[in-house]
Design a protein around this ligand. Structure first.
Ligand SMILES: Cc1ncc(COP(=O)(O)O)c(C=O)c1O
Length: 386
């Protein structure tokens, strides 16, 4: 791939070439645990580093290696590690950065298990975390301690889609010799590449948009080699290696990533506008809406002229929390389910705030609109004909 190769082309070709021994087009699935050596000399060459050779799949596997090269390319990083879940990626990264008595400043709106890891698990490893609103630079500066190592953010938060601008955080990080780490799961590199905006490390739950089909669990850390390579060793010690089969499915997922993100985004924007006009809806949280507090920053960072803001949105109802069960139970096409980034639209009643979080899928817009209007019509029959 050259500097000018387009993102869509890189999604398909980066890290991939026909198999040199068989000519197989498409990365083969190397679903084996160990690798054979022909001679003692080969073993010695591998040990000295003169003749690289795969040894044991968790330490390196050709299918996984292709995925890692592709993911590094897509995030504009020197290197990447693919791991067995998003939480494996997050725990590997944060433990590597802070388990020697370090401190992390993290967003006060995070994926719940990331929050739990920081709040409940890090102290057992001698590390600590402070949770602040990362959109407030003064609060971030105030939270810095002598042992602070990193700022940990999600560009669009879960479930309110609060937009965090990495640029001021990167400036603070630079001036205090901290690292900026961003979990880019909600957007994927097709829409946003945090390293281009000053982040030092980018993390994904590959389980979501990178896979795109709800079939795989995986995680990624990408960044400069000097940070990634020690994390590769850490991940191995923690038993976080990804399976070759998961990596192989993820390679297939990445091929269609830009097309899917385009469609997720287009449909989500139309649905968000429809919901915003609906009399039964109190508020819609979608950064693509001009009414969203983070719209301008999101448009600069993510949306661009094409107006692509991802497939995640949340909304609340005028009739409040009590009305949520009626709407959820009336959905016929949307699946009641957690997670995100699937081809199917997933609707989830959030445990607080009377919110319904939606991961907008790839179905036809008209069908999703009909399903949502039908469900909301249970609350306000006149509105269903809107
Ligand atoms: C933003 C975000 N980060 C990380 C994770 C964790 O990923 P995984 O379930 O692959 O461990 C999730 C899971 O929902 C998520 O939404």
């Amino acid at each position: 791939m050259t500097e000018t190769t387009g993102f869509g082309t890189r999604c398909i070709h980066a890290g991939e070439a026909p198999d040199p021994t068989t000519g197989a087009h498409g990365v083969p699935l190397y679903q084996n645990v160990t690798f054979a050596f022909e001679t003692y000399g080969q073993v010695a060459g591998m040990r000295s580093g003169e003749r690289p050779h795969f040894t044991y799949s968790p330490r390196g596997n050709p299918t996984v290696r292709c995925l890692e090269v592709k993911l590094a390319d897509l995030e504009g990083a020197e290197s990447a590690i693919a791991l067995n879940s998003g939480m494996a990626a997050i725990s590997t990264a944060l433990l590597s950065l802070a388990s020697d008595g370090g401190h992390i400043i993290a967003s006060d709106q995070l994926y719940d298990l990331s929050h739990a890891l920081l709040a409940n698990e890090l102290p057992a490893f001698g590390a600590s975390a402070t949770f602040v609103d990362l959109t407030d630079p003064v609060a971030v500066e105030r939270a810095i301690r002598p042992n602070t190592r990193a700022i940990y953010a999600e560009p669009f938060s879960n479930p309110l889609l609060r937009v965090t601008d990495p640029r001021p955080l990167a400036e603070i990080a630079r001036s205090h010799e901290l690292l900026l780490v961003m979990d880019n799961t909600f957007l994927s590199p097709a829409l946003f590449r945090p390293l281009e905006h000053g982040a030092d490390l980018v993390i994904h739950s590959a389980t979501k948009y990178l896979s795109g089909h709800g079939q795989v669990q995986g995680g990624v850390i990408a960044g400069p080699r000097r940070l990634i390579e020690p994390m590769r060793a850490r991940a191995l010690h923690l038993g976080n290696a990804i399976s070759p089969f998961a990596a192989w499915l993820l390679l297939a997922g990445t091929h269609t990533l830009p097309l899917r993100m385009e469609r997720h985004s287009e449909t989500a924007l139309h649905l968000a506008r429809m919901l915003e006009r609906h009399p039964a809806v109190a508020a819609v949280h979608y950064p693509g809406l001009a009414s969203h507090a983070g719209h301008e920053i999101a448009a600069e960072l993510v949306g661009g002229s094409e107006g692509r803001f991802g497939g995640m949105l949340a909304f609340s109802l005028r009739d409040g929390e009590a009305a949520v069960p009626a709407v959820i139970d009336a959905l016929e096409l949307c699946t009641i389910a957690v997670s995100l980034g699937d081809c199917s639209t997933l609707a989830w009643p959030w445990h607080t705030g009377g919110l319904i979080r939606m991961s907008i899928g790839l179905e036809d817009y008209a069908d999703l609109e009909r399903d949502l209007l039908g469900a909301l019509g249970r609350l306000s029959p006149a509105a269903a004909a809107d």
